[in-house]
Each structure stands twice: as structure tokens, then as C-alpha cells.
Design a protein around this ligand. Structure first.
Ligand code: ADP
Ligand code: ASP
Ligand code: MG
Length: 439
């Protein structure tokens, strides 16, 4: 059995949904197809939620109506025959009635998650109507029945596997299953999600849960490129990546993959393929355990980074100092991305300011604390890259005009990370493209 995930742009137009139906019926292998919401929908739902949270029901209502209009036009091209048009109209009506009811309820975090879930619920139901019109036998598998996260918001693979396997066994006569990406239930049983871009994570979790032959991520580009195509003009697709390389690129900003979506596939050794819905014959990128080629593969950048420096001459060489510092971040459940230390100071980076003020207050007794916001981590990724001596020279020659704030080298064999002010991110990616990749 294989998993095929289609992102927002792959289902964002009725013609694209038609094409997805062709792609999933090309061979006879049983499949679970994971769909995102139509492109733009989750952003629109976030915006509706924001208006409601701000108490602006008029703006929320206007945004709901605009979105409904979009779906009403979408279905007129998606399906043809009256009976299926009526079914599609009923799907749209049901979900927009729900959104209109929500307008009258007092806003809460749980309600926010309900709103955000509407996109994937609608895309899968509409796709199912289209498949039905075309006589393609399938079953809609509700993700809310098997996809769950625990109290720490972590998916529990064994629980998901157990529930999903039981569901599939109870429909052993079916070969094609359609399910929602992104949405799940939390430890309280409420509707929740796997964070933005989370449909990739759903796909990888599903693939790991059923030990799929492959997890195919279909998107709007022909695989992982060596650099961010939104920032740099000349970029190239990469044929193969190891799980470790792909995980580092995803975590450090390559938007094509959700930041933590590689681990389930890696843990169960399911290869991941990145493929282009608009160009299905393109080779794409294969991510697998045995993709062992060495050298620099790609560079990615992650914005919104905050650097915190704690300087304390009193703490010089004191054991236990780092533990105390890290305990503060642990207490506020804030992951640290980069660390550099000297004998008198430690610098760390984090990617959220949610508990920044509290953490700074708790760090202050340890020394002088300085905070630099608006930083970016630029990561150069490739197997054994840290053991290839010429890489460092090439890299630093290429970026000599950029003020680098921190360097992390040697922590991982696959990654060299540099912290720069966010304003230099673009220049940095362009310089590396020229100086390191020769493009
Ligand atoms: P989907 O909606 O299918 O999940 P995304 O927009 O999340 O698609 O991811 C695909 C996009 O990721 C591409 O269109 C591209 O602009 C962006 N991207 C950023 N970095 C990279 C990279 N290194 N390689 C390929 N795509 C990248
Ligand atoms: N629809 C969700 C989002 O836009 C999940 C996804 O597309 O992966 O973030
Ligand atoms: Mg995505």
C-alpha cells in the first residue's frame, strides 16, 4: 500500500483535482490519499478566526461569504451531473452553515481549531463527490478517527497505527482511501491540527503507521531544490537526499516539507518522494536511508529567530551553569535551535517569543542577558559536510560581506548553521548560490 499526499495548489483548482484523480488511478496498488485544503483556504480560515478573536464579527462574516463564493464557483467546474452538483452544493452548504453558526458563539481556542479544520474536511468531501461521479470506487476515511496528538501535542505513532490498521481491516474490500491532512484530535478529544503545512506530517505518519511502500508528497515543484526558489532565481532539483539531510532542510526552513515530517518515515524506513503534480513525469526527489552521497546538497533559511546571550564572568568554568540556563527553556517548553558558548557567555537561538519575557526574567539572575530579535538561521546541508575541509573556505569566502552573528559547526555531520540578521537572509542565500553551488 502506498501513501500519496496532494498539497493546496495540487487541489486548488477543479482541473487540478481532476488531474489528481488521474494520478491516483494510474496503477493498481492500494493507496491512502491525503489531501490538503484548497490553496488559500487555511489562510482565509486563519483570517476569519483572527477577526472573531478580535471581536470583529462583521469582518468575519464578510470573509466567510467571500470564501463561500469561491467554493460555489469551484464546484460548478468540479462536477457536471445534477445529482453530483447537488451533493457538492450540500457539502459546501453544511460547512458554511457551521462557520455562520460559529459567528454567534463566543470565541475560544477550541473553536479556532474547529474553524481551521473546515478546509481539509471540505476538500476531501468534494474530491470524494468527484470520484463518485466518475465511478472511481473509494472510501472517505475521517482523519479525526485515527490521527491524534498527546498532551504534549506530539503524535503517538503506535496509537495512530493501531487505530488506522483496525479501520483499514474493517474495509478490507477497498483499495482506495481518501483522508484529510493536517487535522487530528488532541488529548482532550477536541479537534486540533498538526500546525501549518501539517498535511505532509499526516502523510508521513500514515505511511509509517501502515508501513507503506512509499510516501509520495505531490506539490507544485519538481522536488527539493538546492536553494529557496522563492528567494533565489537559479535553483536545481536534488535527485536523492538521506533522511537526515531532508530532516535538517525541513527543520531549517525548506518550506516544501513540514519541519518535523521526516521522522515517522525515517523511523519505519519508508522512502519519501517529492513529486510535481503539474509535471508528473519529472524525476523529483527521493528521500531514503541509503541515499549516502556526500558533499553540499542544499541551503535553507529559517526566519523569525531570536538570539539570547547570557554573559556571566562569575560563572566562569562553573559546572551546572548550562544546566540552569537550559532548565529555563525546558520549563517554558521552548526548543533551542543553535548554541554557542565561550567561557564567560552562552548564546542560544529560539524561534518563538511566546514566553520570551518570562524566560529573560528567569535568566537574569545568571548574568547579563541580551536579546536580538529579527535574526535568520541559514543552514547548509549535506552528508559528511562538516568533514569536507574545502566547504568551510568556500562558504566563508562567499559570504565575506555578511555580518555573521553565530556559527554552529560540528554538532551534526550534515549541517553548518549561521545566524545572520534577517535583513541579510536574501543576500546570504544568493551569495551561497553563486559561491558554493556555482549557480
Ligand atoms: P503544498 O501546498 O503542496 O504543501 P508548499 O507551498 O507547502 O506546497 O511547498 C512547496 C513550495 O515550497 C514550493 O512552491 C517552493 O516555493 C517552496 N520551497 C521553499 N524552499 C524550497 C526548496 N528548497 N525546494 C523546493 N521548494 C521549496
Ligand atoms: N492546509 C494546511 C495549511 O495550509 C495544511 C497543509 O496544507 O499542509 O497549513
Ligand atoms: Mg506544504
Amino acid at each position: 500500500m502506498k501513501v500519496m499526499k496532494f498539497g493546496g495548489t495540487s487541489v486548488g483548482k477543479p482541473e487540478r483535482m481532476h488531474q489528481v484523480a488521474q494520478l491516483i488511478t494510474k496503477d493498481d496498488e492500494p493507496k491512502i490519499v491525503v489531501l490538503s485544503a484548497l490553496s488559500g483556504t487555511t489562510n482565509a480560515l486563519v483570517s476569519i478566526s483572527d477577526s472573531l478573536a478580535a471581536g470583529d464579527r462583521i469582518a468575519a462574516k464578510r470573509k466567510i461569504d467571500e470564501l463561500e463564493q469561491h467554493y460555489s464557483s469551484f464546484i460548478t467546474i468540479l462536477v457536471e451531473k445534477e445529482v453530483f452538483v447537488n451533493k457538492a452544493v450540500a457539502v459546501v452548504k453544511e460547512h458554511f452553515e457551521f462557520l455562520n453558526i460559529i459567528l454567534r458563539i463566543s470565541f475560544s481556542d477550541a473553536l479556532n481549531k474547529d474553524i481551521l479544520a473546515q478546509g481539509e474536511l471540505m476538500s476531501t468531501k468534494l474530491f470524494s463527490v468527484y470520484l463518485e461521479e466518475n465511478g472511481i470506487d473509494h472510501l472517505l476515511l475521517p482523519a479525526l478517527e485515527f490521527m491524534s496528538i498527546d498532551a504534549n501535542e506530539e503524535p503517538q505513532l503506535s496509537v495512530i497505527s493501531h487505530k488506522l490498521t483496525a479501520l483499514l481491516e474493517s474495509h478490507a474490500d477497498k483499495k482506495l482511501f481518501i483522508t484529510q491532512g493536517y487535522i487530528c484530535r488532541n488529548a482532550r478529544g477536541e479537534v486540533d491540527n498538526l500546525k501549518r503545512g501539517g498535511s505532509d506530517y499526516t502523510a508521513s505518519l500514515v505511511a509509517a503507521a501502515i508501513h507503506a511502500s512509499v510516501c509520495e508528497i505531490w506539490t507544485d515543484i519538481d522536488g527539493m531544490h538546492n536553494n529557496d526558489p522563492r528567494v533565489v532565481d537559479k535553483t536545481m532539483p536534488i535527485d536523492v537526499l538521506s533522511f537526515d539531510e531532508a530532516a535538517e532542510l525541513a527543520y531549517f526552513g525548506a518550506k516544501i516539507l513540514h519541519p518535523t515530517c521526516i521522522w515517522p518515515a525515517q523511523q519505519t524506513n519508508v522512502p519519501v518522494k517529492l513529486l510535481n503534480t503539474m509535471q508528473p513525469e519529472a524525476k523529483g526527489t527521493t528521500i531514503a536511508a541509503d541515499a549516502k552521497s556526500t558533499g553540499i546538497k542544499a541551503v535553507a533559511a529559517k526566519d523569525g529567530i531570536i538570539a539570547i546571550n547570557i554573559k556571566s564572568s562569575r560563572m566562569l568554568l562553573a559546572y551546572g551553569f548550562l544546566r540552569k540556563v537550559f532548565e529555563v527553556f525546558e520549563k517554558y517548553r521552548t526548543p533551542i535551535d543553535m548554541i554557542t558558548t565561550s567561557e564567560v557567555a552562552v548564546s542560544v537561538t529560539i524561534d518563538t517569543d511566546i514566553h520570551l519575557a518570562e524566560m529573560v526574567k528567569e535568566l537574569e539572575p545568571f548574568g547579563h542577558v541580551e536579546v536580538d530579535k529579527d535574526q535568520a538561521i541559514v543552514s547548509i546541508v549535506g552528508n559528511e559536510i562538516a568533514e569536507t575541509p574545502e566547504v568551510l573556505k568556500k562558504l566563508f569566502d562567499a559570504i565575506s560581506t555578511v555580518p555573521v552573528r553565530m556559527v554552529s559547526y560540528g554538532g551534526s555531520k550534515h549541517n553548518i548553521s549561521l545566524l545572520v540578521p534577517a535583513a541579510y537572509k536574501k543576500e546570504m542565500l544568493q551569495l551561497i548560490n553563486k559561491g558554493v553551488f556555482g549557480l
